[in-house]
Design a protein around this ligand. Structure first.
Ligand code: GDP
Length: 314
């Protein structure tokens, strides 16, 4: 999980002993935590496996648990709706059960998502806005949100749900649109690609910097009482604007390179997602620091740097 690495850095900075839970896989992929690998302890565990979660908590004795794990890519959730539900919905119950059994005093953070608002009932969206998810992923996240609320109310567990709007960074997976565009612009600039194929250019999102958002998550667990918070910037941009900023940062016009491809369109789209983060501002004293243009420029620069040793296409 891309922003798990920002959370780990943030908690190390606060003097925490940090454990990360990883799933066993035949290809280990840990480049996002390479720079802090020697300062954190990795435990094996899997949201599909109840026993492994109980064991991970017994071994690490945590005061706080942050559940950022999920099958988190929306398009994949249409291809694998049941598996998405197992990880993203039931996985939350398994982890909450582990907390309840091992030590119900553990504070718990659940990564909820703006995708729960989907076909939005009001704009901007706050903690009281009704949910209307538009993908199997969104549906699974609604379950995760309410099971977190339910364990708080049923067992007095200090469980918080952070309803995070899109959080981006240069560690974001290349399949997500921000990173796909910053990587694409950098490749085209360096002569490594000639075009960039995208889906719906008119869709809009409230995009913020992942590094800012992990602080809000931590702040939720430092309050006197557990609660739910919307975390976002309150500003919205289209995919088109994203392209314009990324390409002009490398001195190019996106209209010369971006092609619309039906393959990247979705069976159902969410509407205008935009956060009303005023409760997080008032109660947590949180506000985002990095603006959209700065975020995209940062990501393009990172991709240019990463790709500059590759050979151009003939
Ligand atoms: P999401 O909000 O978690 O679904 O984040 P994404 O980054 O995957 O998608 C954000 C928006 O960009 C969605 O409305 C997509 O339809 C739109 N989009 C347009 N073209 C693309 C593309 O090529 N890839 C992805 N992932 N999204 C695209």
């Amino acid at each position: 999980m891309a922003y798990g690495s920002y959370l780990a850095e943030f908690l190390l900075g606060k003097g925490y002993q940090v454990f990360g839970m990883v799933r066993r896989s035949s290809t280990e992929k840990s480049d996002r935590i390479e720079h802090i690998r020697s300062r954190i302890t990795l435990l094996q565990g899997d949201l599909l496996d109840q026993t492994s979660l109980i064991e991970a908590l017994r071994e690490s004795h945590p005061d706080e648990v942050y559940n950022l794990a999920a099958q988190s890519f929306v398009p994949t959730s249409w291809n694998q709706p049941v598996l998405t539900g197992e990880f993203t919905a039931l996985g939350v119950t398994r982890l909450l059960e582990a907390v309840r059994k091992v030590n119900p005093k553990i504070k718990f953070y659940q990564a909820s998502s703006s995708e729960m608002f989907g076909k939005v009932r009001e704009t901007p969206q706050n903690e009281k806005t009704p949910f209307y998810p538009r993908s199997p992923y969104g549906v699974a996240k609604v379950y995760g949100h309410f099971i977190t609320v339910n364990y708080r109310e049923s067992y007095s567990i200090f469980a918080c749900s952070g309803i995070l709007f899109n959080h981006e960074s240069s560690r974001r997976g290349l399949e997500f649109v921000t990173r796909k565009v910053t990587d694409g612009a950098a490749r085209i600039k360096l002569g490594l690609a000639r075009e960039l194929r995208l889906g719906n250019l008119d869709s809009k999102r409230d995009w913020g910097f992942a590094g800012d958002y992990v602080e809000a998550m931590w702040l939720m667990l430092q309050q006197d009482n557990p609660d739910d918070y919307v975390v976002g910037t309150g500003k919205t941009h289209s995919v088109k604007e994203l392209c314009k900023i990324a390409f002009s940062h490398v001195g190019l016009d996106y209209e010369d390179y971006v092609k619309v491809d039906k393959a990247f369109m979705r069976p159902a789209e969410v509407d205008l997602l935009v956060a009303d983060p005023s409760k997080a501002g008032k109660v947590l004293g949180w506000k985002p620091k990095v603006g959209f243009e700065q975020l995209i420029a940062m990501m393009v620069d990172h991709d240019l740097e990463r790709l500059k040793t590759q050979k151009p296409q003939k």
